[in-house]
Design a protein around this ligand. Sequence first.
Ligand SMILES: [Zn+2]
Length: 80
Amino acid sequence: MNAKNTHKRILLSKNQSGQLEYCEACDVVEIEIGPVSVRLHAQDLQLFSVLIQEAEMHLGYYKSEKSQAEINVLKMEGIH
Ligand SMILES: [Zn+2]
């Protein structure tokens, strides 16, 4: 058994933003985003996934609140 086979990487997911590979020997997930790569324990992948999902959700809230605030400003300006 050589080291290359032991550390065979399994592609878990890939899209335009980057890719995720899993090394079973290390039980590590490697996230590659452009030139940056981040290694996570496989058990932390779910937490990381929640982190991203919450960020996306909160960004959506922030943007919709911001546009709502702008609409309110326009309404107030309309009063005068
Ligand atoms: Zn490995």
